[in-house]
Design a protein around this ligand. Structure first.
Ligand SMILES: Cc1cc2nc3c(=O)[nH]c(=O)nc-3n(C[C@H](O)[C@H](O)[C@H](O)COP(=O)(O)OP(=O)(O)OC[C@H]3O[C@@H](n4cnc5c(N)ncnc54)[C@H](O)[C@@H]3O)c2cc1C
Length: 329
């Protein structure tokens, strides 16, 4: 075993970093592992996105997030969280995936794999799973979804110029990608199983998408689902009368959300609610039903990732560290 820590944090997203900063401030020894880079999830977000939160609401570890605008862009947030890591001199091991967690309170054994294939074993009194909810897309589960033209992550509009694009969903990601692609010369169609855009869509974006839909500049199929994806078309099915409609299609951008991988928690004996997929934990301490095993960030939200985000997930670090300190004393 290479070392033994008070705390091992799995995942160096904004909420994992908040745990690291809280631990450092309290004098706990702590290491963070990420299978990608620092804030790996944000790297995969739409390149030109602006957060809906103001910069101050995204601050972690009491490091000021100072920008001239109220809401930061993805690039500003990436630079900011790196700065937090530097400020607290956090020990973040990038490109080192946690492959297993075993043991019990006071004596956890965490195995990691580095990019060169090497396996490493680390000890910790407690473990925090901060692995986020951006790992697995919510698949449509229809024939043709494995075609290369189907995207579950959207980055930028340029590949879609002069193309027939079907956007699946009606949340923020669907609406913003549809508008961006429309403005960059794609022929965009939206499909959604309800009859309106989601209530959570950023209020300042709503008039824009509603006007585009009303004027037919972006086509829409309400009360429809994707039934099959073919190389040059898609088949949509009406939820109302079951009728099928085939439309021309070059790309499918499926903005149906993503889900956390709870398997590593379940293996350790953490209860996962069957309906909500929320792990069993105490919200006052973030400790799961397995003593010494904590969760931080969006992983605590179950399948409804809109309940916990950076704004409130950043508080988890303080709760966890306070609980560890209380237990040590
Ligand atoms: C387009 C978009 C816009 C958003 N805008 C906002 C906003 O304005 N305001 C807001 O508060 N929230 C916003 N969110 C949500 C917010 O980004 C997430 O809630 C936040 O990233 C969650 O942080 P986290 O640290 O819990 O998880 P993540 O940021 O997902 O970090 C988890 C980390 O764990 C790592 N990991 C996973 N498994 C392993 C493993 N086995 N070993 C090692 N590392 C592992 C991943 O690589 C990743 O870096 C937005 C989300 C999206 C998609």
């Amino acid at each position: 075993m290479s070392a033994r820590y008070d705390l091992i944090v799995v995942g160096a997203g904004p909420c994992g970093i908040a745990v690291g900063a809280a631990a450092k401030r309290a004098g706990l020894s702590c290491v963070l592992f990420d299978r990608g880079c620092i804030t790996n999830s944000l790297v995969d977000y739409p390149y030109y996105m602006t957060f809906f939160s103001t910069a101050i609401m995204l601050e972690v570890g009491d490091v000021p997030f100072t920008i001239p605008e109220s809401k930061p862009t993805r690039r500003q947030a990436l630079a900011y969280y790196r700065r937090v890591v530097e400020h607290w001199d956090l020990d973040v091991r990038q490109y080192e995936e946690v492959s297993s967690v075993e043991g019990a309170d006071g004596a956890f054994v965490v195995t990691t794999r580095t990019a060169d294939g090497g396996e490493h074993v680390h000890g910790a009194a407690a473990v925090v799973m901060a692995t986020g909810g951006f790992q697995e897309p919510n698949y449509l589960g229809v024939p043709g979804e494995d075609l290369p033209k189907v995207r579950h992550y959207y980055h930028e509009p340029y590949p879609y110029h002069d193309q027939d694009v079907l956007v699946v969903g009606a949340g923020n990601s669907a609406v913003e990608s549809a508008l961006e692609m429309y403005r960059n010369g794609a022929r965009v169609t939206l499909v959604h199983f309800l009859d309106t855009i989601d209530r959570g869509v950023k209020p300042w974006v709503v008039p824009d998408i509603e006007n585009r839909l009303e004027r037919g500049e972006i086509a829409v199929y309400w009360y429809h689902r994707v039934n099959e994806i073919r190389p040059a078309s898609v088949v949509l099915r009406s939820d109302r009368d079951g009728s099928a409609t085939e439309i021309d299609n070059d790309f499918v951008v499926a903005m149906t959300g993503w889900r956390a991988d709870h398997a590593p928690l379940a293996v350790l004996g953490v209860g996962i609610d069957e309906r909500t997929e929320i792990p069993a934990y105490d919200p006052a301490t973030m400790e799961t039903n397995v003593p010494g095993l904590y969760i931080a960030g969006v992983i605590a939200a179950g399948h409804d990732a809109n309940k916990i985000f950076i704004e409130n997930g950043r508080e988890h670090g303080g709760l966890i560290v306070a609980d560890r300190i209380a237990k040590i004393r």
